[in-house]
Design a protein around this ligand. Sequence first.
Ligand SMILES: CC(C)(COP(=O)(O)OP(=O)(O)OC[C@H]1O[C@@H](n2cnc3c(N)ncnc32)[C@H](O)[C@@H]1OP(=O)(O)O)[C@@H](O)C(=O)NCCC(=O)NCCS
Length: 444
Amino acid sequence: MVNEYAPLKGIKVVDWTQVQSGPSCTQILAWLGADVIKIEKPGTGDPTRNQLLDIEDSWGIYYLQLNANKKSLTLNAKTESGHKVLTELLKNADIFIENIKPGAVEKLGFGWEQVHALNPRLIMGTIKGFNKGSRFENVKAYEPVAQCSGGAASTTGWNEGEFNVPTQSAAALGDSNSGMHLCIGILAALMQREHTGEGTYVYQSMRNATLNLCRIKLRDQIMLDNLGALPHYSVYGKPGYKWGKAIPRTENTEGGQVIGWCYKAKGWETDPNAYVYIVIQDPKKSWESVCTAIEKPELIDDPRFDTWQHRQLHKEEMYAEIEDYTKNFDKYELTDKLGKAGVPVGPVIDWYEIENDPELNSDGTIVTINQGGNRGEYKTIGLPFTMANYTPDYKRAPDLGENNVEILEGLGFSDDDIKGMVEEGTISEARGPKNAKPEVQLNF
Ligand SMILES: CC(C)(COP(=O)(O)OP(=O)(O)OC[C@H]1O[C@@H](n2cnc3c(N)ncnc32)[C@H](O)[C@@H]1OP(=O)(O)O)[C@@H](O)C(=O)NCCC(=O)NCCS
């Protein structure tokens, strides 16, 4: 793999982000070769440094997975000297990203108008829970807030029984997804600056990032408005089900005019992930492929299943027929057999399997980074796309304030200035992790 030229080489990023949403954006920028300086609160740093600890004297894996290849500067932006340092940093930066409390950067003098006046070429990126002007604009947000307000939770889960509650997806639709959306805007702004010579302000709400990934639910809502029912939803045709104004939860159905369901595979009794997902496409030929693959050719012309509309109406019976076959083979055998027959099929893979998958561990999907210290090597999901002429050089995440001195000296501050900043609490001295291995109760 050629690694001659990092796409963002020479681009300077001031990264005032924390937790997941903002750091996931600046993580991509760092892996694309930008110089990323992360601003952290003196003494404590990003909250994820010390959250969910698993190893003695080691930063939390959460922090490491989002802050590799960055530099760390502890900085209290509320003091006079802290304000001065951040001002100097921004004067020389290309990109400024923040996701602190709504209203906080403006209060501290680093809102868009303020930084634009300071450095007209600077591009600023913000992540907040909600849009500017929203009635929720000043509400603080974490992942579930975005999933609930962004149309994901109301449509995820089951429609009957005790589990008929709005449910979160495991995918970070509000967090990393917002970071990826912001990253698109930032890269677009960089290109735009080539033409205008001026930076712009990119604002990404977590709610909008979630809505964008759930956009097909709006297709379903419009269909429901027009039809009063949705043939592709699992509740369709269920005796006693009453359609309301809003679309129901999706359960395990597929979103298009095809029938998808999750079927038990061999071992399902003891392994909660011994399942395969099979999609039956519309054309008759696709149904024929499924019937042939599951060795039930007699079902090809069965009037309950011969068209997609009939299959929708009799889906419970169809599921039973297919599962009668899938239960006899493990999920990998099924993927092989059905895949070869041209049927879209996927094994349900759990995270133990993902962590140890030789393919994912060798093709650059899961990368191993040496953090040193007690942590040693750890795994993370690397740059999720590949570039034909570039692969990131994956490096460790910084200790808290590890780069204080080099950054401050680079800005022209003297040793005495730096000592003064430590004394007044503007910066805290660099330090490594210090924690005991947490005790967990295994059987309670
Ligand atoms: C994540 C979030 C909920 C945390 O809120 P929080 O616990 O209040 O923490 P914050 O660090 O953002 O802000 C707390 C205070 O620290 C201050 N602060 C943050 N970094 C600082 C720094 N480097 N120097 C000085 N002050 C700092 C803020 O100005 C704020 O001060 P105030 O309470 O006097 O106004 C909130 O920042 C938020 O909603 N962010 C936007 C949405 C988002 O990205 N969420 C995270 C998803 S992973």
